[in-house]
Design a protein around this ligand. Structure first.
Ligand code: NAD
Ligand code: MLT
Length: 312
């Protein structure tokens, strides 16, 4: 029996070696399928490997008659219809640890770029403007970073922010006062974090409960001049409310790696000079891409050849 594996988003070639080397597995890398083409061809495959670009919808899963396993080379599985996968007996595995460090480093890069207006200053200089007045920043030292979501990435971001001599206040439903003490951060409710922080960064999954967690009400409770970072998922922050809060000068700046709709090339937030952004690059390092591809490849090989996937 030869198992056919489709890789529909770009994955690290080194990372997928376990798949390429497996004897009874045939790998097809095809990263330009339209959703219609994917629905047409998915019936030929036993396994599908994706990043966040491929939307594995119910329509796709319904056409996937041979599909046994979907591997998500990354953390968030919000691009996969999990209910449809479960109904059709398709296992979904992700790679929860492989990109933690890269995402945390990207968040800190965004925090520092935001505080010192580095992208705006660089943009001006590229356009022959030696403008020192418009790009006065603020220090991070002694400022408070609010972290919402203290999972793998949130904890790493908090530790690095402390290295910048910041105070950290954090909320997570699973964070206890004792654990917060051990991590050297203050423990608070979402309200506490929102009211006390000078910078707020979100690191939750996108769930029903976290959609628009940072909304108009939350912005109203924040300090004037607060700055916002989202390197987790578009939709955790209400983009319309953020836009209003920036235009009304409540929010002094925002750094966004993720958007409700991606790609987000013509987004109104990108027209605001207070907003800096990257196109979902949090996990885009050589190391992270290799790590996550290795993790899901091992899982898929193991599962197809008779073992159990480690994190179904
Ligand atoms: P994780 O599962 O380790 O941590 C998520 C944390 O959020 C958990 O501790 C959970 O308890 C907490 N949480 C859940 N609901 C919450 C709520 N209502 N309020 C506060 N906290 C809540 O995940 P992670 O690896 O730290 O990833 C965090 C996010 O970052 C995910 O959305 C993931 O998809 C995203 N991510 C983005 C990139 C990128 O490229 N920008 C890269 C990696 C991960
Ligand atoms: C993730 O959830 O892991 C990130 O979105 C990274 C990615 O796969 O691009």
């Amino acid at each position: 029996m030869v198992y056919k594996v489709l890789i529909s988003d770009p994955l690290s070639e080194d990372g997928i070696q376990p798949l390429r080397e497996a004897e009874n597995i045939e790998v097809t890398m095809k990263t330009d399928f339209t959703p219609e083409e994917l629905a047409l061809h998915i019936g030929e495959y036993d396994a599908l490997l994706v990043r966040s670009q491929t939307k594995v919808t119910r329509e796709i899963i319904e056409q996937a008659k041979r599909l046994k396993i979907i591997g998500r080379a990354g953390v968030g599985v919000d691009n996969i219809d999990l209910d449809a996968a479960t109904e059709h007996g398709v296992i979904v595995v992700n790679a929860p640890d492989g990109n933690t460090n890269s995402a945390a480093e990207h968040t800190i890069a965004m925090l520092m770029s935001l505080a010192r207006k580095i992208p705006q200053a660089f943009y001006a200089l590229k356009h022959q403007k030696w403008d020192r007045k418009s790009h006065v920043g603020v220090e991070l030292k002694n400022k408070t970073l609010g972290v919402i979501g203290m999972g793998r990435i949130g904890v790493e971001v908090a530790a690095r922010a402390k290295g910048q001599r910041m105070n950290v206040i954090a909320y997570d439903p699973f964070l206890t006062e004792e654990k917060a003490d051990k991590l050297g951060v203050d423990y608070g409710s979402v309200e506490d974090v929102v009211q006390k922080a000078d910078f707020i960064t979100v690191h939750t999954p996108l769930l029903k409960e976290t959609r628009h967690l940072i909304n108009k009400d939350a912005f109203e409770k924040m300090k004037d001049g607060v700055q916002i970072i989202n390197c987790a998922r578009g939709g955790i922050i209400d983009e319309d409310a953020l836009y209003e809060a920036i235009v009304n000068k409540k929010v002094a700046g925002a750094a966004l790696d993720v958007f409700e709709e991606e790609p987000a090339v013509n987004h109104k937030l990108l027209e605001l000079p207070e907003v800096i952004a990257t196109p979902h690059l949090g996990a885009s390092t050589i190391e992270a891409q290799e790590n996550v591809a290795i993790d899901v490849s091992h899982d898929v090989v193991h599962f197809l050849t008779g073992g159990l996937a480690t994190n179904p």
